[in-house]
Each structure stands twice: as structure tokens, then as C-alpha cells.
Design a binder for this molecule. Structure first.
Ligand SMILES: *[C@@H]1O[C@H](CO)[C@@H](O)[C@H](O)[C@H]1NC(C)=O
Ligand SMILES: *[C@@H]1O[C@H](CO)[C@@H](O)[C@H](O)[C@H]1NC(C)=O
Ligand SMILES: *[C@@H]1O[C@H](CO)[C@@H](O)[C@H](O)[C@H]1NC(C)=O
Ligand SMILES: *[C@@H]1O[C@H](CO)[C@@H](O)[C@H](O)[C@H]1NC(C)=O
Ligand SMILES: *[C@@H]1O[C@H](CO)[C@@H](O)[C@H](O)[C@H]1NC(C)=O
Ligand SMILES: [Ca+2]
Ligand SMILES: [Ca+2]
Length: 574
């Protein structure tokens, strides 16, 4: 029992603070914790591994635990993308094109060449149609090639592994390999051939140094808006975004690409369901896929194609997670090409699973309509089988409306030890054309300055009682001048809720030194539908998602008990 905790503490966020680890462990000793004797940790899958009949000749296929996790590399069996089910139903990505916006693709690679879509590819770093990676001694520009293999590596050809959507086409958009990024390069990449490219995968963004607040500029914003409104014949380009590699020091809501409503932001879990050390958390993340294992097992990385015809077992980062999601979305698009960019988000919310994902810091919670979410993993790990089944029967969701629910414009002081609490009462534009009754995204547009921006934290609670952490402490951010200027903090956690009622914003400081600040604006923007989005859908999977197993309840209670104990102990010691 104790070992279980030590294990989790050591590998988790507490590792940086051995004192806390000791406290946590010794407390468990002293108190002889509850009656948890019989608590077992059996491996459970949503699917019997032995029932999977997928046999590929590719040498790395059995190392690709993120496709089919049978417990390879110390992983947890059943914790995978459930692609086997989608493949068995016949979906492999046929007719779908995914663009990898990155440092190029080795399109001569024997495992990629047959699925390479040269016509849809372009090199914006050097303005030519050949996005081949630039050679460096250390193979620095291998990122795009590795991402491409995760999506579209060919199957059953005795080479490397197998892509999530192994019959899809992959396009290379080389745009990361020039001295400076420009708005034009980003905008051109994002809007490249939007009637041919269905899905764009991006594993880049503002610097993950924990002190940057940045996002798309004017042209790129316009390109994204055009993409979702006009791409794919009006059904909308699908933008998949890595949530970022800044770890617990960063907050992906400070990254305007990941936190955009128009992108599907993807975080990562490791092969036993825990968070990766580089994972950033934020309320805009929609779902998760997988990156490398934390254990030093050399086979726990993401197996995929590598530069110059090679293969690798070592791809990693949330960079590795986003292309897996792009692959899953390709399977869904093959199952139903009519899916809009919003349908894809609804499907992700409904079919992603908690599975055995475990976040040491944030509890899994349920929102006002019972959807289970986590601050780091979003709605859980994508489930390709669940997604294609639901996609097949899916009816396009009703029209989307936008309502400015209210705004606080007069300045309010914030001080350490005295947090600011504001409220907006709203009818969500009821009685007007743009009434929003069922939420999709919610944005809190905030202007605030502070003597230390990194110590600010902002929470928002919906009328149905769901608290979103809009901004967590970023210990490295010591900005005292800029603050946030009309910054749109986004949350996906109130998905499906009724927005009418009182929204509460709490702004405070965390940190060692006393700080001051002024909040100058909070504008609440609601986005969603007037009519019920799921009334026409097959709700099987949705209901199963709501049915929490007894074991998970136990696990949650246990987590909360430990959390409480730790807190009370620490407060006594202070
Ligand atoms: C997979 O196929 C190979 C070659 O066709 C065969 O030797 C092997 O036994 C098969 N494995 C399984 C698990 O069916
Ligand atoms: C990669 O491929 C090159 C050329 O085929 C080969 O010489 C080299 O040994 C390979 N490197 C690795 C690490 O496999
Ligand atoms: C896609 O839309 C077309 C036209 O509305 C319709 O005929 C077709 O059945 C739809 N396909 C699916 C898979 O829903
Ligand atoms: C924040 O803005 C207020 C009002 O504009 C100003 O008085 C104050 O000095 C600013 N504080 C910081 C830390 O920039
Ligand atoms: C926001 O929520 C977090 C997590 O529950 C909490 O630690 C923090 O104190 C809250 N901040 C404010 C300003 O309420
Ligand atoms: Ca292959
Ligand atoms: Ca970041």
C-alpha cells in the first residue's frame, strides 16, 4: 500500500520537494490510514486485449503501445487510442489528407512515400514545393518526419511501424525552419489548400518558458477563422494543436493557439496513464493522447518513422500527442466526411475516456451535465473505436450562436490575501436571436495588470457550479508591466451546460511576496447552440461515459482523502 504511494509521489510533482514526500508518507504511517486494506489495483481494460486480431508485419508495430497497449514497456494494458476497433470496422483514413505543419517531412522515406500527398505540400521556410527537412549533423529537423509517421506510416510493409490512419494521405508544410517566424508564414501554412487538406496538425507555439503570453497575430487569426468557416467546402478545417511542453511552470491558456476555440488542443499521458513531466495544464485542452513513458525504458517512447529512411522508438513530447489525435480524427472523417469542425469537438468531448488516466494534482470532476473532465487531460483520452461508431451515425450539430453575456468594466483592486470576487448575472441573450442555451466554448476576456503577473491566478465558476481554472500560477513569469490585455481565457469544461444564471470570477495572488494589481475588464463570451445538440444522436457511449465504475469512485475518494490530509498537515506545520 505504502509502496503505491511512494511510487506515485516519487514519479509525480512532489519529486521536487522531498520534504513533502516525506510528510506525505510519514503521515500515512502515523495515521494508519482508514480501512483501505482490500484496495486492489487490477489492470482493467475497456476491451479484452486477447480479442484483438490485428497482425501487422511491420517490425515496430508491437512497440507502438499507443496503438494497442498490451502492457509493453511497463505500460498499462488497454490504455491506448483504441484504434484496433476502428480498423476492424474498416476505417484506416482512406480519402483523408492530414498536413503536418513542422520542419519538413522526409517524403522519400519508404514508409511514408506511398502516402505522401505532394500536391498538397509546400515549403514556406524556403518558398518551394519541396518540404524536405534541412540536414544538420544532429538530425535536429526530424520532428515533422516523426509526426508524419504517427499519422500515415504505411501498414504491413515490413518497414518501421504503422500510422494511426495508415491509409490516409500526409502533406508536408515546412514552416518552422527559418530564422524568425512571421505572421505571413503562419497564416499561409494554416490556409494552405483548405479544400484539399482536411486536418492540420501543429506541434508548435509560443516559447514554453513559463513567462510568455502570446498568440496568433492578425493574419493568422483571420486565416484560422476562414479555415473553420470556409475550409472543406464550409465544413471547416480541423486544426489540431499540441497543448505545450512547458510543464507545471506554464499554463496553456497563455498560449493563444492552444487556447483558441478553433483549434482542438491535445495534451498527453504516458503509457501508464500518468501525466508527463512536460505537460501543461489549462481549461482549454479538449482531450489527450499519448507521449513517451516516464520510466527509463528505452521502448516506452513513441515508435515512428525517422529521417533518412530510419525508424525511431524515441519520439516524445506533446508534439507526439497532437499527430496521434490528427490520425484519430482522420478515421472519424472517413467514417463520416460530413463532420464539421464543431462536430469533431463534440465527438471528442463525448467519446474521450478517463480510462486509467491519473493526474496527481487535479481531480477528475463532472460538469453540470455530468461530463467528466480533468484540468490537464480535458475530457480524457481519445477513443478511435468509440469515435468512428458515433461519427457514422452523427447528425451535424445545430447552428452556433455567440452571446456577450455581460461585462465588468470599472477597475477593481486585487491584493495578496484579499482575492477579488466578481459576478455577472446573465440570461445568455435569451429572447434575442443569439440566445445560447447549450454551451460549447466559453471565453473570459480579461484585462488585468499586476506587480507580478506570474503570481496571478484566476478561476471562473459557471451557474451550474463548474469551476474552471482559467490561469494558474506561473512562478517564472515576473512581468510587472504588460499584464493581460483583453486576453481571451477559454474553458471547455462547461460544455453542454445551461449558461443562464450567475458566473463568478475569482482573481487572487499565490506566491511568496505580497502583490498588487488592478482588474480593468472581464467580459464573458458564450458560444454554443440554441437547440439541444445531442437530441438526434445515438447516446450509447455518452451514457456509458456517465456511468462511473465503483472502483473509480473509490480511487477518487482515496485521492481526496490524501489531498485533504496533506493540506491539513502542511497548514499545521506553517
Ligand atoms: C502474424 O502473422 C505472421 C505471418 O503471417 C505469423 O507468423 C504470426 O503467427 C501471426 N501472429 C499472430 C498473433 O497471429
Ligand atoms: C540511419 O540510416 C542511415 C542510412 O541508411 C544509416 O547509415 C544509419 O546507421 C541509420 N541510423 C540509425 C540510428 O539507425
Ligand atoms: C452526408 O451528407 C449528405 C448530404 O446531406 C447525405 O446524403 C449523407 O447521407 C451524409 N453522410 C453521412 C455519413 O452522414
Ligand atoms: C495597473 O494599472 C493601474 C491603473 O491604470 C495603475 O495605477 C497601476 O500602477 C498599474 N499597476 C501595475 C503593477 O502596472
Ligand atoms: C483557484 O482554484 C485553485 C484550485 O482549486 C485554488 O488553489 C486557488 O486558490 C483558486 N484561486 C482563487 C483566486 O480563487
Ligand atoms: Ca510500416
Ligand atoms: Ca506553453
Amino acid at each position: 500500500f505504502l509502496h503505491y504511494f511512494i511510487d506515485r509521489c516519487q514519479e509525480g510533482f512532489l519529486v521536487r520537494n522531498p520534504a513533502v514526500l516525506q510528510l506525505r508518507v510519514s503521515f500515512l504511517f502515523v495515521k494508519n490510514v482508514f480501512e483501505q486494506e482490500g484496495f486492489s489495483r487490477q489492470k482493467r481494460g475497456y476491451r479484452n486485449i486477447n480479442d484483438i486480431e490485428v497482425n501487422m508485419s511491420d517490425p515496430l508495430f508491437t512497440k507502438q503501445w499507443y496503438l494497442i497497449n498490451t502492457g509493453q514497456a511497463d505500460g498499462t494494458p488497454g490504455l491506448d487510442l483504441n484504434v484496433a476497433e476502428a480498423w476492424q470496422l474498416g476505417y484506416t483514413g482512406k480519402g483523408v489528407t492530414i498536413a503536418i505543419m513542422d520542419d519538413g517531412i522526409d517524403y522519400l522515406h519508404p514508409d511514408l512515400a506511398s502516402n505522401y500527398n505532394a500536391d498538397a505540400s509546400y515549403d514556406f521556410s524556403s518558398n518551394d514545393p519541396f518540404p524536405f527537412p534541412r540536414y544538420t549533423d544532429d538530425w535536429f529537423n526530424s520532428h515533422g518526419t516523426r509526426c508524419a509517421g504517427e499519422v500515415s506510416a504505411a501498414a504491413n510493409n515490413n518497414i518501421c511501424g504503422v500510422g494511426v490512419a495508415y491509409n490516409s494521405k500526409v502533406a508536408g508544410i515546412r514552416m518552422l525552419d527559418q530564422p524568425f517566424m512571421t505572421d505571413i508564414i503562419e497564416a499561409s501554412s494554416i490556409s494552405h489548400m483548405p479544400q484539399v487538406i482536411d486536418i492540420y496538425s501543429a506541434s508548435w507555439g509560443p516559447t514554453d518558458d513559463g513567462k510568455t503570453v502570446d498568440g496568433p497575430r492578425e493574419l493568422t487569426l483571420q486565416a484560422m477563422a476562414d479555415g473553420v468557416n470556409k475550409g472543406r467546402g464550409g465544413k471547416g478545417s480541423i486544426y489540431v494543436w499540441a497543448s505545450g511542453d512547458g510543464g507545471s511552470y506554464d499554463d496553456c491558456n497563455c498560449d493563444g493557439y492552444a487556447s483558441s476555440m478553433w483549434t482542438i488542443s491535445i495534451n498527453s499521458a504516458i503509457n501508464d496513464g500518468r501525466t508527463a513531466l512536460y505537460d501543461e495544464s489549462c481549461s482549454s485542452t479538449l482531450a489527450s493522447t499519448f507521449s513517451n513513458g516516464r520510466k527509463r525504458n528505452p521502448e516506452a517512447g513513441v515508435a515512428t518513422t525517422d529521417l533518412y529512411g530510419n525508424c525511431t522508438l524515441r519520439h516524445s513530447g506533446t508534439s507526439a500527442a497532437a499527430p496521434e489525435a490528427a490520425g484519430v480524427f482522420a478515421l472519424a472523417l472517413e467514417a463520416n466526411p460530413n463532420l464539421t469542425w464543431r462536430d469533431m469537438q463534440h465527438l471528442s468531448v463525448l467519446t474521450s475516456k478517463r480510462n486509467q488516466l491519473h493526474d496527481e494534482v487535479h481531480q477528475w470532476r463532472r460538469n453540470g451535465v455530468g461530463l467528466e473532465f480533468n484540468h490537464l487531460f480535458g475530457y480524457g483520452v481519445l477513443d478511435a473505436g468509440g469515435m468512428v461508431k458515433m461519427a457514422k451515425e452523427w447528425k451535424t450539430v445545430p447552428e452556433r450562436f455567440h452571446c456577450v453575456a455581460g461585462s465588468v468594466q470599472e477597475p477593481h483592486k486585487i491584493q495578496s490575501g484579499n482575492k477579488l470576487v466578481l459576478a455577472i448575472d446573465t440570461e445568455a441573450c435569451q429572447g434575442k436571436d443569439n440566445f445560447v442555451r447549450y454551451l460549447e466554448h466559453v471565453q473570459a476576456v480579461v484585462t488585468v495588470n499586476a506587480s507580478r503577473r506570474g503570481d496571478l491566478n484566476i478561476n471562473m465558476t459557471s451557474p451550474m457550479g463548474t469551476k474552471s481554472i482559467l490561469l494558474s500560477r506561473r512562478p517564472r513569469d515576473d512581468d510587472s508591466k504588460v499584464g493581460f490585455d483583453k486576453w481571451p481565457f477559454m474553458t471547455t469544461h462547461t460544455w453542454g451546460e445551461d449558461p443562464r444564471g450567475t458566473w463568478v470570477l475569482e482573481v487572487g495572488f499565490q506566491g511568496e511576496e505580497p502583490q498588487r494589481g488592478v482588474l480593468k475588464e472581464w467580459t464573458l463570451m458564450l458560444h454554443g447552440t440554441q437547440s439541444a445538440p445531442y437530441i438526434d444522436q445515438i447516446v450509447r457511449d455518452y451514457q456509458s461515459k456517465l456511468a462511473m465504475s465503483k472502483k473509480e469512485e473509490l480511487e477518487e475518494e482515496l485521492d481526496e482523502a490524501v489531498e485533504r490530509s496533506l493540506k491539513s498537515l502542511l497548514s499545521k506545520n506553517n
